[in-house]
Design a protein around this ligand. Structure first.
Ligand code: FE2
Length: 324
């Protein structure tokens, strides 16, 4: 069966196609942002480009529209006007082809694609992106769902790094620029805030930004990165022991950080636990991961009335019943 899906939750517009778990296409266009995402401007970009990105995906998959069995889209979480473009385009396509429509949780898609690529069944998950930072694992009670074991009390780690990079007048892509500038830096003490398996980043961001006036950029970047990643490592280690998992999936945009991967590997080694990280193409926002989950929903027998297929900017991962 062939499933096409649209991802439009933030500045990336992606269209993916999969066929029984095999990814046939993962086409994307990114709206350039210099001062953070401006919802109106980004959703305009998505509206202008959606037809082209769908066409590109179909060409990449070497299929025509009439072979599509289902359509998926990102329901949330994400930026309302951006999500709306994907939802409307997906609904129109499903109506035109007379096939079922599947609203997909963006966070679940980030997790499921890595599990799928590595055939990793029941891992602990660290999901780190712009707006989200969560420690997750499947839980059967009261029904099968991703339980949030720990999360940020304020901003996501990706937004924290991006905000810092903008304050420091770095150029996009901010996260990877911080990664580069941090190497070779020296450690300055920063506020470290972990509460059980939860953590906060806002105070750390304020402190690091103030430190820019007193210390060199490389030292502040290094210290910010070390501190925030160490907070994640401590929380994940606690969750690993609590849940008795032997595998950790690292997913989401910030999963691309080699420094974070290296620090997690070091933490996992004494526990004989393995780290699984998808190639960057699938950790950055993409349509392929949405199509994979839409296909799982289809095969599990879920069906949705068109009029109930809406968007939800704050669609939490732990709200979703896993049916596969
Ligand atoms: Fe994402």
């Amino acid at each position: 069966m062939t499933v096409i899906a649209i991802e439009s939750s933030a500045h990336t517009l992606g269209v993916g196609i999969c066929d029984n778990g095999k990814i046939l296409a993962n086409s994307k266009q990114m709206c350039k942002i210099s001062k953070g995402i401006i919802p109106g401007k980004t959703s305009d970009f998505h509206s202008k480009n959606i037809t082209k990105v769908i066409k590109n995906a179909l060409a990449q998959a070497e299929i025509t529209k009439d072979t599509i069995d289902a359509v998926g889209y990102t329901k949330g979480p994400g930026i309302g006007p951006c999500l709306r473009v994907g939802q409307l385009a997906a609904r129109d396509l499903a109506n035109e082809l007379n096939v079922p429509l599947f609203p997909v949780n963006h966070a679940i898609a980030h997790v499921e694609i890595t599990k799928h690529l590595f055939k990793c069944e029941d891992p602990l998950v660290l999901y780190v992106s712009g707006g989200n930072s969560q420690i997750l694992a499947l839980d059967k009670q009261p029904y099968l769902h991703y339980r949030v074991y720990g999360e940020t009390f304020d901003i996501g780690i990706g937004n924290m790094l991006d905000n810092f990079a903008r304050e420091a007048k770095m150029k996009p892509a901010w996260g990877s620029t911080v990664d580069k500038i941090a190497s070779g830096g020296k450690y300055i003490e920063m506020p470290y805030s972990v509460k059980g398996m939860d953590f906060t980043f806002a105070g750390l961001l304020t402190h690091a930004t103030e430190m820019l006036n007193k210390h060199n950029l490389s030292d502040v970047s290094y210290s910010l990165q070390q501190t925030s990643f160490a907070m994640l490592c401590e929380s994940v280690e606690r969750a690993l022991l609590l849940t008795e998992r032997k595998a950790l999936v690292l997913s989401g945009g910030v999963a691309q950080s080699l420094k974070l991967q290296e620090m997690l590997q070091k933490m996992l080694a004494p526990h004989n636990a393995k780290l699984f990280v998808a190639p960057n193409e699938f950790n950055a926002d993409n349509g392929a991961m949405i199509s994979l989950v839409a296909e799982k929903m289809f095969k599990a027998g879920l069906r949705f009335k068109m009029e109930t297929c809406d968007i939800d900017q704050r669609y939490r991962i732990d709200k979703v019943r896993i049916a596969w």
